[in-house]
Ligand binder design. Structure first.
Ligand code: KG4
Ligand code: ZN
Length: 383
């Protein structure tokens, strides 16, 4: 069993994250997070989603200052760094390119070792920053705007894919449902807020693939699907508008949000529990932006019971951040791993060490990362 901690001491590592719309840098020394800066990009809200071109240009403007501020907060000079880690994928290619090229130039100029990091593996490491006992073996539920992955980690770097989404990611479903209900973007926090004052059960939404009725040895047994759930909300919203106009929909938003959230969480909790049963491993780690959802954590804790162990990252470490990148980088650098100057941004980078159970339906994990693009951006001319 590999535990994070003092064994990874490589000296202070700079972690850089720019895969989507958060421009972030962190300085991590062993278990100590010395400096951490996350610059968000408000410009996307007006478009109802991340506009890739705007994101890439914003990263270009933000990166120098974000790294400088993280070093400043750490109270360290550049010469005191021992290495650099940067998210190399998956993500929006323009955004990734800014971080990767910034990190390559910086590492080359300073003679520092550099390692490219997989964004979702970084989400898996986030818990271990706050609690070094959050290590393998564990069942990991990664729920972000671009991915929904259920993995079993025997040790760091060796992951078994138990389930993934066949269509929309969990966070993407929250975002799209929120947009249909007129709640703005990002949708996850808005849905959680509305749901708190609504009642689940007044509307009846499906729990897709909750129990596909297949044998647990079937490779699709723990897969997810959120697209039909999203469509079911859209149909209910349309019915309400037709029957009583926009006022009827507005009045129903809290109950619709509550039922949607209950349906999505039912599936996430149920499948995670099945994964616990199948693997016999009662330690569960949550990661990714949807792990900020307080009801998800609460329901997962109740479902696991006292015999289980649940790790949930604090809100700042659940959504995209540089600290989690620094954490994986420290581990990989301590093993002697290095990326050369040939390191490139890869929007569909394969999850390192992830093995898939053979199954015809399994698309590559990482293929849904572009899903947070706004519809405006999708139709905008590209250069
Ligand atoms: O991990 P993340 O910051 O970025 C990606 O890697 O995609 O996750 C962002 C996602 C968004 O879809 C956002 O709506 C969702 O996390 N999210 C939430 C909550 N806070 C953020 N979903 C549900 N409940 C929340 N409280
Ligand atoms: Zn993420």
């Amino acid at each position: 069993m590999t535990r994070p901690g003092a064994g990874w001491r490589t000296g202070p590592v700079l972690g850089i994250e720019s895969s989507c719309d958060e421009c972030s840098a962190a300085v991590l020394d062993g278990d100590r997070l010395l400096g951490h800066v996350i610059a968000t990009q408000d410009a996307h809200a007006a478009f109802g989603g991340v506009v890739p071109e705007i994101a890439a240009r914003a990263h270009l403007r933000q990166m120098d200052a974000v790294v400088a501020a993280s070093l400043d907060r750490a109270g360290l000079g550049v010469s005191e760094l021992a290495g650099v880690g940067v998210t190399a994928g998956p993500g929006l290619v323009g955004s990734l390119l800014v971080g990767v090229n910034w990190a390559k130039a910086f590492a080359f100029g300073r003679g520092l070792p550099l390692v490219g990091i997989h964004h979702m593996e970084a989400h898996l490491f986030a818990n271990s920053i706050e609690d070094p006992s959050a290590g393998p073996p564990f069942v990991g539920l990664l729920v972000s705007g671009g991915h929904t992955l259920l993995v079993f980690a025997r040790e760091w770097g060796r992951y078994e894919l138990l389930g993934e989404t066949r269509d929309d990611a969990a966070g993407e479903a929250f975002d799209k449902v929120a947009r249909r209900l007129g709640l703005g973007w990002p949708g996850g926090p808005a849905i959680e807020r509305e749901a708190a004052s609504g009642t689940a059960g007044r509307f009846d939404l499906p729990r897709p693939m909750l129990d596909p009725g297949q044998d647990a040895s079937d490779s699709s047994y723990l897969d997810f699907s959120f697209s039909g759930l999203k469509t079911a909300v859209a149909l209910l919203a349309a019915d309400l508008e037709e029957g009583g106009g926009p006022g009827a929909l507005a009045a129903a938003v809290p109950d619709l949000a509550a039922e949607f959230q209950a349906a999505a969480l039912d599936v996430l909790v149920h499948k995670t529990l099945r994964a616990v049963q199948i693997t016999g491993c009662r330690r569960v780690l949550l990661g990714g932006g949807v792990a900020r959802n307080g009801v998800l954590a609460e329901r997962m804790r109740t479902a696991l019971g006292t015999a289980g162990e649940l790790f949930v990252p604090s809100p700042r470490l659940a959504t995209d951040n540089g600290a989690m990148v620094a954490r994986v980088a420290a581990w990989r650098l301590s093993r002697g791993e290095r990326s050369g100057l040939g390191l490139n941004a890869d929007p569909s980078l394969a999850f390192p060490g992830l093995t898939r159970t053979p199954g015809a339906h399994r698309a590559g994990a990482g293929s849904r990362r572009d899903a947070r693009r706004s519809p405006v951006a999708d139709t905008a001319p590209t250069r």
